[in-house]
Design a protein around this ligand. Structure first.
Ligand code: ZN
Length: 157
């Protein structure tokens, strides 16, 4: 495994649409492993492949004990709304408020190429939406309000 370099806001790759994974080969498995290492190094909760400069539809999410590897994820259902206070490893030092669905159902492939669906609500639903947006070149900043420097009393840093 290896740490990959995080791309930050202003890098064109964050604005491009990622391509579906056609075959889960050794390169994709290495990408997944490196994304985990990079995410954990930054104490993040989610990471999408474009954030490490790879235009593939691959996302990892770790929210406490819940771990998700998603290849070619799609939101197949969503319900309700919530206002979330979000930040992004690619927009260091800032946070903002954004409206997200309260509940989403996502279909994806795991690293064995098996299709699964997962339903999440509240905080993890916002993480899934945030990370899947990255696959389409969208940053939370695009729709967020009250974007401000991260409040220092929060537990990052
Ligand atoms: Zn992000």
């Amino acid at each position: 495994m290896a740490l990959r370099q995080l791309r930050v806001n202003g890098d064109d790759i964050l604005r491009k649409k990622a391509k579906p994974v056609k075959e889960i080969d050794a390169k994709i498995l290495a990408l997944l492993d490196d994304m985990w290492e990079t995410l954990r190094d930054k104490n993040g909760v989610g990471l999408a492949a474009p954030q490490v400069g790879v235009l593939k539809r691959v996302v990892v999410v770790e929210n406490e004990e819940d771990i998700y590897e998603m290849i070619n994820p799609e939101i197949i259902a969503s319900e309700g709304t919530q206002t979330c206070d979000e930040a992004c490893l690619s927009v260091p030092g800032y946070q903002g408020d954004i409206e997200r669905p309260m509940k989403v159902t996502v279909q994806a492939l795991n690293r064995d190429g098996e299709s699964y669906t997962v339903e999440v609500e509240e905080y993890p639903a916002s993480i899934f939406c945030h990370e899947l947006d990255h696959l389409d070149g969208v940053l939370y900043l695009d729709r967020a309000t009250n974007v401000r420097p991260i409040e220092k009393n929060e537990d990052d840093e």
